[in-house]
Design a protein around this ligand. Structure first.
Ligand code: AG3
Length: 279
């Protein structure tokens, strides 16, 4: 029997991966969660049918949601991840010795539980083994409302703006994030595909610009996401990701990164014209 999974990227286009078996399929109070074994991309996690991570290409997304901000801020000590229940972002944050505490605030406890069980290469630092990591199963909005002026970095590691993540693309949320950051804090949020999601991006970047003085988009190549061209929003109170970037410090990083490097940090902020038009 042939088992194939398709995520539709538009009415008429999608990505299809050959799978061998389903490892978990279930519904939480928030969304449908599926983890399946694919032949080319290893284990793959889907939320409401959308590809969140695969074992083969997650390094791109998790390097790029975390290291650009971690290497722009001169001394990130307290970091918050909103969403990101698979643990991949926390794993990358933990590579930075300056970080004293990373908090994961994920609304869906089932995502955390199943990632620990079935995606251990990502969830290695959220399984209780790392004393620098704190988990909260909570709504990100509620959490940051209670934690103002508390973080150097906030990473918004969300799904698409449908279902539980809708509020994470709105101006009111960005105001709360701004307040939850220290006076030189930085927020990074996954910001969809410049190729397929122009309207979502225009709306999101307008909302960000209404709140933060510095807002830039940067890109990464993620094969299993719509179009492969993915983006992140860098919203900052003080540090600019290119002008304030200490290339020598990033080059001297004492750990391996398979996608991120000090040259790519700068290159990622150079956008094709059609993407630049969305921000
Ligand atoms: N965040 C998912 C990005 C959105 C993917 N969208 C899609 N496949 N339509 C990933 C979370 C990883 N920690």
């Amino acid at each position: 029997m042939d088992l194939w999974y398709t995520e539709k990227h538009s009415e008429n286009v999608g990505i299809t991966l050959k799978a061998t078996r389903t490892l978990f399929s279930g519904k939480s109070p928030f969304q449908q969660l599926d983890i399946i074994e694919t032949l080319e991309y290893g284990r793959m996690m889907l939320l409401d049918g959308l590809v969140m991570v695969t074992e083969r290409d997650e390094f791109v997304y998790h390097d790029m949601i975390s290291h650009p901000a971690l290497f722009t801020h001169p001394c990130p000590k307290r970091v918050l991840v909103i969403g990101g229940g698979d643990g991949g972002s926390i794993r990358e944050i933990m590579k930075h010795a300056t970080v004293e505490e990373a908090v994961l605030c994920e609304i869906d406890g089932l995502v955390i539980e199943k990632s620990i069980e079935l995606l251990p290469s990502m969830a290695c630092d959220i399984d209780g083994s790392n004393p620098r990591v704190t988990l909260h199963v909570d709504d990100g909005l509620a959490y940051i409302r209670e934690h103002q002026d508390a973080f150097d970095l906030i990473l918004v590691d969300s799904t698409d703006p449908i279902g539980p993540a809708v509020g994470l693309f709105e101006e009111d949320f960005y105001r709360l994030v701004h307040g939850a950051l220290k006076k030189d804090g930085i927020m990074v949020a996954q910001s969809e595909s410049p190729f397929y999601h122009a309207e979502i991006q225009k709306n999101m970047y307008r909302n960000l610009r209404n709140v933060f003085p510095i807002v830039e988009m940067y890109q990464a190549f993620i094969p299993t996401y719509p179009s492969g061209l993915w983006s992140f929003a860098f919203a900052s109170k003080q540090y600019h990701p290119v002008r304030d970037f200490d290339k020598a410090r990033a080059a001297a990083r004492p750990f391996h990164t398979r996608y991120y490097n000090e040259d790519l940090h700068l290159g990622a902020f150079m956008l094709p014209t059609f993407a630049r038009e969305n921000i």
